[in-house]
Write a protein that binds this ligand. Sequence first.
Ligand code: DON
Length: 303
Amino acid sequence: MLDLQALLTSISDRIYHEADWGQPAQYIPDLAEIEPAQFAISVCMADGATYSAGLANQRFTIQSISKVFALIATLGRIGDQLWARVDREPSGTAFDSIVLLESDKGHPRNPFVNAGAIVTTDALLSGREPKLALAEFLHLVRAMTEDDDIHINGAVARSEQETGARNKALAHYLASYENLFNPPDLVLGTYFHQCAIEMTTIQLARAGRVLAGLKGSPRVMSLNHARRVNALMMTCGHYDGSGDFAFRVGLPGKSGVGGGILIIAPNVASIGIWSPGLNFYGNSNAGTRAAAYLTQETGWSVF
Ligand code: DON
């Protein structure tokens, strides 16, 4: 029988032994300072048990993993109307790339590249005050986790606001194609705060239970929406590294430049991993290896 606790401990030991960390995100000053030699993994199982190894109580900013929650919130708010503004195809380009936006006439390839997430945030803002939109967003994340001890790291949000020239360019470019309905600065301020939500790997794994369809998880979304979000995580969740992630791990996953990864094993488990050093694609370097070790040993790949 699978001894999951022993497996997670051995994966954590292996990751520390290999000491192949990568470099934390350099373009967000507050992330650039983080010690890369850190690792955590947590797994929530269908029977309600949670197993962890490494620094599972360490908080990190979820960054682009917030795009999963923004997609869930947007589907809940406007449903299929979203697809008139964002496509559902892998981009094959970096998370912050602008190249396809011109040929695609301001229509982002998917909700997980930055341009697509700026559009979902815009959809969440329409018709209400940014403070309320952000409060509702945090409420959703807390409800999915069943834990109110989840907060926004204001310093990281400000750090990105002061330096985020690339995202500002994307937002203004979207506006030029009339695919942004609110002022770009307002949308970006909200987007940066969503990205700066801090969670532990335990909280992240708990938040994913509804996507994994685990019994007893909070009913914040329909089964149909969960299926669609998982499909997008599989095909687009790691940007131009999505094919490699599917090849090595074989599960829907969403990364963030804070070093977190949320991974869904449908009907089996929800997994949170963190290690702040990144690979070429801007996804957690050690975290991706740990995910591959986990699915190799458990056979949880969907393929
Ligand atoms: O918008 C940004 O650039 C960051 N707040 C989030 C990017 C990110 O996490 C990409 N994922 N690996």
